[in-house]
Design a protein around this ligand. Structure first.
Ligand code: HEC
Ligand code: HEC
Ligand code: HEC
Length: 131
């Protein structure tokens, strides 16, 4: 038999090093530059809870678009007693008026470039004072 313990230790060290990027970031939270989308609205809530938005905002936009364009349904949606128009430029962007510091923060990091802005207008960017 070869020196099994040494081989196992060697393997363990190898695996630990090879997978460092996977666990180091979670452990310290500092290993990589993570996107920090900036919230500039006075409102406290999004149209859905933040965790849901993080994962499913594209689904909501897609649903809204289908409702408006395919179903000609422009009824407002009600979220915690507030009514919102199903609109990218007239709803999302009224609160998230800082596209480059918000949407783009995540999308650039992920390498996603939604083509929505080819057609949809983006109002003049609003940035907060701290910059
Ligand atoms: C080729 C041009 C074009 C592109 C690209 C495009 N849209 Fe649209 N979108 C339109 C038009 C035209 C309407 C209809 C506007 C109306 O009738 O109010 C619309 C309507 C919508 C609506 C409902 C109404 C509103 O005011 O927002 C949503 C939501 C929407 N689009 C989301 C998106 C999203 C999200 C993307 C990117 C993934 C996107 N669109 C890309 C042209 C486009
Ligand atoms: C009424 C204002 C308002 C509207 C309208 C709004 N948002 Fe938000 N959004 C917020 C606020 C405030 C937060 C942070 C909520 C929190 O931290 O609990 C947020 C959080 C988010 C997040 C999570 C950000 C993160 O740091 O993880 C995403 C993604 C998002 N919004 C996208 C959208 C999209 C897309 C739309 C349109 C479909 C939209 N929002 C409409 C106010 C709004
Ligand atoms: C917290 C990070 C984060 C924020 C903030 C954010 N997004 Fe996203 N966005 C994502 C992720 C993650 C995806 C999914 C990428 C994938 O599936 O490859 C995505 C995908 C999308 C897509 C679908 C793109 C496609 O090509 O299929 C649209 C549309 C979109 N986001 C719109 C927005 C808009 C508009 C805003 C700002 C109001 C925004 N997002 C803010 C993380 C974010």
């Amino acid at each position: 038999m070869y020196d099994a313990p040494k081989i196992i230790t060697g393997l363990a060290v190898f695996i630990a090093i090879a997978t460092t990027p996977l666990w180091y970031n979670q452990w310290t939270g500092k290993a990589q530059i993570v996107p920090k989308p900036k919230i500039v609205t006075d409102k406290k809530q999004c149209v859905r809870p933040a965790a849901y938005m993080r994962e499913y905002h594209m689904t909501i936009l897609d649903e809204w678009r289908t409702n408006v364009i395919r179903n000609a349904d422009r009824r407002p949606v009600t979220v915690s007693n507030e009514q919102y128009q199903m609109s990218l430029s007239n709803t999302c962007i009224t609160c998230h008026s800082n596209k480059s510091d918000f949407c783009d923060q995540c999308h650039n990091y992920l390498g996603v470039a939604p083509s929505c802005w080819d057609c949809h207008t983006f109002p003049k960017e609003k940035k907060d004072a701290i910059h």
